[in-house]
Design a protein around this ligand. Structure first.
Ligand code: GLN
Ligand code: ZN
Length: 756
């Protein structure tokens, strides 16, 4: 038997995105949107069935996000959205997702350690639940009507509650709602059973994170209660992204009939753990052996040996993806421009589906029955292992020669800061920005025109140069101390570098959903990384020519370069990160040589790719901070290294920031009222800090008194000699008018405090 947890929703040409955005604009009717959606579901199921998948998932389709769909399924509609939902279910749904003039949307955050974002359920002590199985039942019926074996997929009660957040201003534990939510799940399961579901899948990925004893007890009682229902479908509880650990025996002992378990990446540890769980013997075991979140060809012999072990532990073993295929693009074959040598190493959703079917044939019919597939797989794996792309001797030799001194600056922070002060002569509370200035329509149009051949490189450069001059003129006039060029030449902070580094490839059609109708095409880090030529020096030097004040060099750090790419899986991430760091180190040195006195290396994703399990975090942070130092330690004492990170909860990586040894760190802080400054102050953080005083997530302009009061708070924790004044993050998503006013107020506030 074969199955998958879910499939990409967008369609081969992002038809869903176009239909939904058309609906928002009023050019596509609700009926036409529904029609497109139904058509896409049908063709996805047909594709899966034609490929040989025995049981297709249903209910994984979404107009926006499947966590939001679960909130609707459970009737967990926040009070502020109820009127919109009652007026029109579809418009109300989009109001929850995107907000309207009158009401704010639900908060959005990252789905575990992936780059998919979900809408956070907003629950309070007064939340009432009420089953609305319409969507789930309808989609199940559609699949059954095609004559397919189908299994509805829903988010399970424990994960749903653990992902939820108390409504603003309420101190309350969402998991306490479990007794109230279980009867609603029971009703939904009943509805699905009545509609013909033999099995229902409940996703519980939250159980792969460290869970308290109380949370595990709640899991026991939840599945005890759902398992005890009469006249229900059989239950398959799915987990993915990491090992189940203590939750494995809890689920195995529960009365559910099946478990879907991830055996890839860090979750491979489930294989050993399962041997200690005899209850698995009589359950349906859906084995996630094909990685659902990377883009690499499966190592079929390795998967077959995992499956052989599992066949010894359970009577009913099925082959599946490790998680929903939502996280990978649809079809490698669509990317006809890819180097054929590289494309044979890749597997997107369609290729992964074929691998699943092949593996299942291999365990029923024996390896002889898949001899041809195994031969193709062997040849592709061998080509990848031996390719010049994945084995650049110069890069390998250089990484092997890295010494501890390479990732340590020669001078102490005290010596450095004295030398830098002498060189830069900055005032107290220096003002700066995080890097990007508004990406105007003009810039975007110029980029599109260049791609389409409507303008040539020289004309494009003219637009970029003019923008840089304008950005600098504004900053000088506003009175900022350390200037930036504004990043107008960058489409994206990772892609811009990936396009210039050897070892990365770009896809034309490799779209994956980031959130709602936003799809991204992450670059694919396939091979050994090197930098053929300097990447940022030209525009930096152009910018510095326009002004006497220091212009910051601006780079994306190695951890972030990996976090927002599809990264090769044939060597440890730390090794790949070291290669990227060495390429960036050369860029840092070249910037210094060109005259840059301040260089910023952004690591906004350091917190994001923190491993899900506490036990794995120290090792990750150790290499994650080491590669930052490797990137930045090639410069003189009087060259000032900045870093930037943006997220609110910061406690987890306070020590990591210290390990990075940057001279100055700008951090998101405006929304949390400088809490970061407090935490850093208490921890005795010894270097420069710029806790953000301007929340760039909203068009709101902070007034001078507001910035003054935030800076006073900052000064309570950080001495004036080390406090910087800057926004929370880059300004690329903002408009010029609000940016102008906000930065002027920010400078005015710094001056006011200096005068005190
Ligand atoms: N330098 C980048 C910018 O200003 C940083 C972006 C980020 O932190 N996400 O756009
Ligand atoms: Zn940021």
């Amino acid at each position: 038997m074969t199955t998958v947890h879910g499939y990409p929703r967008q369609g081969p040409n992002r038809e869903l995105k176009k239909a939904i955005e058309g609906y928002w604009k009023g050019t596509v009717t609700a009926d036409a949107l529904r029609q497109t959606a139904a058509e896409l579901r049908r063709s996805n199921w047909q594709q899966l069935a034609d490929a040989g998948i025995d049981e297709v998932p249903t209910g994984d389709f979404s107009y926006y996000d499947h966590v939001l769909d679960t909130s609707v399924l459970l009737g967990a509609i926040p009070a502020r959205h109820r009127a919109a939902v009652n007026a029109d279910a579809l418009d109300g749904y989009f109001a929850m997702a995107r907000g309207t003039q009158e009401v704010a949307p639900l908060e959005m955050t990252k789905w575990f350690d992936t780059n998919y974002h979900y809408l956070v359920p907003e629950l309070g002590p007064d939340t009432t639940f009420a089953a609305d199985s319409t969507k789930q039942v309808a989609e199940l019926r559609e699949a059954l009507a095609l004559g397919l074996k189908a299994r509805p997929v829903l988010i399970g009660p424990i994960t749903y509650l653990l992902l939820a957040k108390p409504a603003p201003g309420i101190d309350f534990e969402p998991l306490s709602l479990l007794p109230r939510i279980l009867p609603v799940y029971a009703e939904i399961l009943g509805d699905l059973r009545a509609a013909g579901a033999e099995w229902v899948q409940l996703d519980e990925p939250a159980l792969v994170q460290d869970r308290t004893a109380d949370e595990l007890t709640a899991t026991t009682s939840a599945y005890g209660e759902l398992g005890g229902l009469v006249d229900r479908p059989k239950l398959l509880v799915a987990s993915y992204f990491d090992r189940l650990g203590d939750a494995l025996p809890v689920l195995a002992k529960s009365p559910v009939e099946g478990l879907a378990i991830d055996f890839t990446g860090p979750a491979a540890a489930n294989l050993d753990d399962l041997a200690a769980v005899p209850e698995i013997r009589s359950k349906r075991l859906v084995a996630g052996v094909v990685n659902g979140r990377n883009v690499w060809l499966n190592d079929l012999p390795k998967s077959l040996s995992t499956l052989a072990v599992l066949l010894g532990l359970a009577d009913q073993v099925e082959v599946s993806s490790s998680c929903s295929l939502l996280h990978v693009p649809l079809d490698v074959a669509a990317d006809t421009d890819l180097d054929p040598e590289v494309s044979r190493w890749l597997a997107f959703a369609r290729q992964k589906t074929a691998e699943i079917v092949t593996l299942a044939r291999g365990i029923t019919g024996g390896t002889e029955s898949i001899a041809a597939e195994l031969e193709i797989n062997r040849a592709a794996l061998e080509s990848r292992a031996n390719s010049a792309v994945t084995n650049n001797p110069a890069v390998r030799a250089r990484v092997a020669g890295v010494t501890a001194d390479d990732s340590r600056r020669a001078a102490s922070y005290e010596e450095r800061s004295a030398a830098q002060q002498k060189r830069l002569e900055l005032p107290l509370l220096p003002t700066t920005t995080v890097g990007s200035f508004p990406q105007t329509t003009e810039l975007r149009t110029a980029r599109a025109d260049l791609r389409a051949g409507r303008i040539d490189e020289a004309q494009y450069d003219e637009v970029i140069g003019a923008e840089i001059r304008e950005v600098l003129a504004f900053q000088e006039k506003a009175g900022l101390d350390v200037l930036v060029h504004g990043e107008p030449e960058r489409n994206d902070m990772v892609q811009y570098f990936a396009e210039q580094l050897d070892g990365y490839v770009a896809t034309q059609h490799g779209w994956v959903q980031s959130y709602g109708t936003r799809y991204v095409r992450p670059p694919v880090l396939v091979g050994d990384i090197s930098r053929p030529t300097p990447m940022t020096v030209r525009w930096w030097a152009y910018a510095q020519l326009q002004t006497d004040r220091p212009v910051k060099g601006m780079l994306t750090g190695p951890v972030t370069m990996l976090a927002w790419s599809f990264v090769r899986d044939d060597q440890p991430r730390s090794e790949t990160a070291r290669q990227v760091a060495l390429a960036l180190r050369d860029e840092v040195v070249d910037l210094e040589r060109a005259g840059a006195a301040v260089i910023q290396v952004d690591e906004p994703a350091l917190r994001e790719t923190l491993p899900l399990r506490q036990a794995d975090r120290a090792a990750y942070l150790s290499w994650g901070t080491e590669v930052f130092r490797l990137t930045t330690s090639g410069v003189r004492a009087d060259t000032q290294i900045h870093t930037h990170m943006c997220y609110v909860e910061f406690g987890d990586i306070l020590n990591a920031l210290d390990e990075m040894d940057a001279d100055v760190a700008s951090l998101e802080a405006a929304r949390s009222h400088m809490q970061v400054a407090q935490e850093l102050g208490e921890a005795g953080y010894p270097r420069g800090v710029g806790p953000g005083v301007y929340d760039i997530h909203s068009p709101r302009v902070p007034g001078t008194p507001e910035v003054v009061s935030l800076l006073h708070k900052g000064l309570d924790a950080i001495p004036a000699a080390r406090l910087w004044v800057n926004p929370d993050c880059g300004l690329k998503t903002r408009g010029w008018p609000e940016v102008r006013d906000s930065l002027q107020n920010l400078v005015a506030a710094a001056r006011e405090i200096r005068a005190e």
